[in-house]
Unconditional design. Sequence first.
Length: 661
Amino acid sequence: MSKRSTRLFLMVAITFLVTACSGPEAKKAKFFKKGSTLYEKADFAKARLEFKNAIQIDPKYADAYRMLAMIEIKEGKLKAAYGLLLKTVELNPEDLDAQYQIGKLLLGAGEIDKSLEKAELILKKNAKHKDGTLLKGAVYVAKKQISTAIQYLEAAIASGITDADAYLLLASAHLQNNNANGAEEALLKGTAANPKSVNILMSLADLKLRQGKVDDAAKFMRQMMVVEPKEHKHGIALAQLYWETKQPDKSKTVLKELIASSPQDQDLRLLVAGFYITKGIMEDGEAQLKEGIAAIEKNFKLKFALSELYANTNRVDLAIETLKAAMSKGNNLSKPDLVQINTTLAKIYLVRKDLATAEKYADEVIKESPKNIDAHFTKGSIYLQKGDGPKAVAEFRAVTTENPKFATGQIKLAEAHLLSKEAPLALDVLKNAVKADPESRELLRSLSRVLAAQNDLKQAEEILRKMLAKNPKDLEIYSDLGDMYARAGDLKRAEAQFNEIKRKAPDVPAGYVKLSELYIVQGQLSKAAAELEQAYKRNPNSWRVANDLAFIIGESSRNANDLDRALSLAKKAKTMNPDEPSITDTIGWIHYKKGDFKQAMELISKIQVASPNNSVFNYHLGMAQLKAGKTAEAKESLKKSLASKERFFGKEEAEQTLKSL
């Protein structure tokens, strides 16, 4: 062969090799390998893309379908996983791993006989298939064929199948046979064979708890902490065990040990703080967050959690201060962190009725994240409070376009349409939302309210009665019915519904509060006061009950002592919810009753600015202004109080006073 021919042959050979290495088979193998690596790292989103790329090259690539199914199983999407597994075995019936996964899913769905068919199919093809063997044992346990299950599983273990699942299944069979000793023996053998099996240790701890042996249970939970030192949930579970068994000191010791093991772990600090907060020990939760902030340089999560704690315990100024401190220079916050802070600040200022500041922060969020649902929802709520229906519609439309299944967004969109005097559109929004989610309790309640407001009482009542038929214990539906009858002027039926709440739940304040509201509208203050005294007796820590009782006592007071008690109750409500404007109104009105018109005017004017169309605030402000000698201002305030058709206590006095002016 000539040199030229040799070179030509080599070039052809190299070209062939390069083409082969970069051909479809190589490409799909590369995608599959990369997907498998990502799957092992639990990066399921990226792994899914790689397996799909492999399938695009080879639509009959059974292994890729099986791995897609495994991702769906990991994400809890079992129906999708089942479909993918069926596709896998259709393409490759010999894929026993896929057959096993189908058998497991069938067993979980209660299709026991079909699961057994899969187990036998696997074992027919491979009598020593470990997973197939265990699947068959699980079927025996599920069928409650206990003797057969025990004999079969013991034989499987003797044959060399010593996986944790084998011992767990055997223990389960013994427990079904009421043989706790047999279950314990199986689990102890299992942990000897699988010393790092957390599931076996967890089962041993659970078994000891059933026997009331707390110290033994704690011992196994300690072993779980050793086996998986980075899984702090085990330590939290042990702390919970000690707490539930009235050993708070041991519980706190475990939590301190956890913190000492990973002092720079923000998530752990949050877990520990959350533990204390859920137990009602707010000061310890707050201390944990503060200690974490001091110890960890990058501490945004902790600062945000601390701000939430302050907000939830009515220390709103501290919440705002903490959030603003988190935004200060040098903290190097990510864009999502800044969006989260601004979103929260917008919500806080909205609750405080500082609409201008709330809108400023919401706009900051939308500037960075134009489709942010929380920010658009906040802006929509701002426009609702301002009485600007069209702008509220636009904001809530943005919310529901982005997330059509967000029920509260649909409800608020309907409210915005009502504010814009577009009742048919409000009904359309809610009817379509209910059609998409017919079981949504809140959507159905909202639809009934809108129907009642449009005087379609028959359909509104029908909706509520159907809801009660499904859940006769739903007290809020009785309340909705009572409210509907009250708005329609049928006060007797309303009273009957509220009395039904009292009958069904005599220790819950709700029925008493609703009856008091009904009696207030009718001017029956002594009856209203009696109901509220009962509500206050049952829940003295409700700001709403304390505030309403203060208002009633102030209205029906006959001496200075009554007014002093009313003021004391209102101030107590204020400590529980400092930013609630109705409490400020009550305090101001009591000052009016005490003859301190200047103080009354100063207090009520502050909340009237934030809610300029509130009938009650305008009525109270107008009366205080009149007594303070500000006749022109009083006249304007009283006109505003009567601008709507809303019924409120004192409306007749407002009308008469305005006429006299």
